[in-house]
Each structure stands twice: as structure tokens, then as C-alpha cells.
Design a protein around this ligand. Structure first.
Ligand code: GDP
Ligand code: MG
Length: 163
């Protein structure tokens, strides 16, 4: 069986857009509003001759703040259980939020490798935004634009190194 890569993060950071980018197909449904993506969508990805299963842990991301947090917690726990490598997606434009810190705490409890994808950095002049994310306590954050596809190769290099 193939190793599993799980995409985790709070709503609207671009998990499904990144998933589609890596999967190379538009499987997850991406909408401008958070809460549209279907639950836990699987695909097969490959990079540098390494094949893996990819999970978009997004899902039913709507409701009151507490419900959203509970939902993210549940998804993160499932991902932690199943994943060999976790891609923690962050919004490079909004900076670190309280919900990001919550997700980070969950991921630190797991003994799984985590790669940070600092997304929505569509222009190279914004790449310095990644430095703020070191405070979450994980290894090298990678600047990504899932929209344009930039940085996803560097991200996948870091992912397959850890498979
Ligand atoms: P999810 O809730 O984490 O799955 O986030 P989505 O993939 O649904 O994306 C949420 C919104 O962010 C959508 O409007 C996307 O088009 C937008 N988005 C995702 N990735 C990028 C990116 O790299 N750059 C920009 N500018 N917008 C993005
Ligand atoms: Mg989604």
C-alpha cells in the first residue's frame, strides 16, 4: 500500500486548491466561500517517482467558531492517525492566527513529520512572510502559491524526503 500524505489546516487557507494542484485533477470542489469542500477527499499523487495517497482533510468547515475548531480537531486527529507525512497549510497573507496555533498544538503531539506550506504567496516579493511561521515550531516553511503552482515542487521535494 502507498504512503499517505494528509493536507491539514484551518478553513480557507487553500487546502483544496493545493490538493487539486498536487493531484493534477480538479477533484476537490473549491469555492470562494469556506465550507464547500466535501469531506476527506482522496487522490493519488506522485513526485520524483514516489507515489502516495493524498487526503484533503477539509470538509464541512462552517458553523460557529467552536464547531469549526472541533471539526478541524477531528480532521487533524484522523489525519495524524493515517498520515505518514502531514502538510500543514497556512495563509501567508493573514499571518499566524489562534486557530493555526491550535492546529499546531495538535500536530506537535503526533510523532509524524510535518511540512509547512505557507500559501497565497503569489508574488516573490511576499516570500519573506514565511519567517513569521517559524514561531509554530516546525521545520522550514515553504512559500507556495497553490493558485499559480509556484513553490509546490519545493514543497513536494520536502514531502517525499520524509515518506
Ligand atoms: P480550504 O478551505 O483550505 O480548502 O481553501 P480553498 O482551497 O477552498 O481556498 C480558499 C480560497 O483561497 C479560494 O477562494 C481560493 O481560490 C483561494 N486560494 C487558494 N490558494 C490560493 C493562492 O495560492 N493564492 C491566492 N491568491 N488565493 C488562493
Ligand atoms: Mg477545502
Amino acid at each position: 500500500t502507498l504512503p499517505v500524505v494528509a493536507i491539514v489546516g484551518r478553513p480557507n487557507v487553500g487546502k483544496s486548491t493545493l490538493f487539486n494542484r498536487i493531484a493534477g485533477e480538479r477533484i476537490a470542489i473549491v469555492e470562494d466561500k469556506p465550507g464547500i469542500t466535501r469531506d476527506r477527499i482522496y487522490s493519488k499523487g506522485d513526485w520524483s517517482g514516489r507515489a502516495f495517497h493524498l487526503i484533503d482533510t477539509g470538509g464541512l468547515e462552517f458553523g460557529e467558531k467552536d464547531e469549526v475548531i472541533d471539526h478541524i480537531r477531528h480532521q487533524a486527529e484522523l489525519a495524524i492517525e493515517e498520515a505518514d507525512v502531514i502538510v500543514f497549510v497556512l495563509d501567508g497573507r493573514s499571518g499566524v492566527t489562534a486557530t493555526d496555533e491550535e492546529v499546531a498544538r495538535l500536530l506537535h503531539r503526533a510523532d509524524k513529520p510535518v511540512v509547512l506550506a505557507v500559501n497565497k504567496l503569489d508574488h516573490i516579493k511576499h516570500h519573506e512572510e514565511i519567517y513569521e511561521f517559524y514561531q509554530l515550531g516546525f521545520e522550514t516553511p515553504i512559500a507556495v502559491s497553490s493558485l499559480h503552482g509556484t513553490g509546490t515542487g519545493d514543497l513536494l521535494d520536502e514531502v517525499v524526503k520524509r515518506l
